[in-house]
Design a protein around this ligand. Structure first.
Ligand code: SME
Length: 163
């Protein structure tokens, strides 16, 4: 099966798996499991935008959400690492070699390439989908195309609870 076909299958599986579910954690958990199982990534995780633990500020940070793979760092500040940069810029970032990305946060020395896709409601980023691979240059525009659809599927589910 080509990568494209695998994504088409995963997307249709996710559309039925998440049908009627509006809880963000439940949607993210099954999405991480489905993508991880289908593609055998090293890490498949969500970081969720939450209030910072520093009570003196009203800042936000990324907090580890549902994931598949080895243990990961718990909190990431805006603009830090690939995840914090994708959040700050509100755009997908593909990194062919994480060792060349200034400020990359290495949760594991096994990770060599990464894609981070923001989940957006309007212009606001509410979480990021972060996927790491042990292969260099694992992610391309096909991954971006489909993973942005996956991100949209989840935000649509979450937003449907507010209608
Ligand atoms: N590498 C990420 C940190 C998260 S781990 O990959 C799970 C980054 O630079 O933001």
């Amino acid at each position: 099966m080509t990568k494209q076909q695998k994504y088409e299958t995963a997307l249709s599986q996710l559309r039925s798996l998440l049908d009627g579910e509006t809880d963000p954690i439940a949607c993210m958990a099954n999405t991480a499991a489905a993508l991880h199982d289908t593609f055998g990534f090293w890490w498949t995780d969500f970081y969720i935008v939450r209030p910072s633990q520093q009570t003196a500020t009203c800042e936000q940070e990324l907090v580890l959400g549902p994931f598949q793979g080895p243990v990961a760092c718990l909190r990431i500040r805006k603009g830090r690492g690939v995840c914090g940069t994708a959040w700050e810029q509100a755009t997908t970032i593909i990194v062919a070699d994480v060792h060349q990305f200034a400020g990359h946060i290495a949760c594991s020395s096994e990770s060599n390439s990464e894609i981070v896709v923001p989940l957006k409601t309007g212009d606001r980023v509410i979480a990021v989908l972060d996927i790491d691979s042990r292969q260099y240059d694992c992610f391309d525009q096909t991954d971006r195309h489909y993973l942005e659809q996956v991100a949209q599927l989840i935000t649509d589910r979450i937003e449907s609870s507010r209608e």
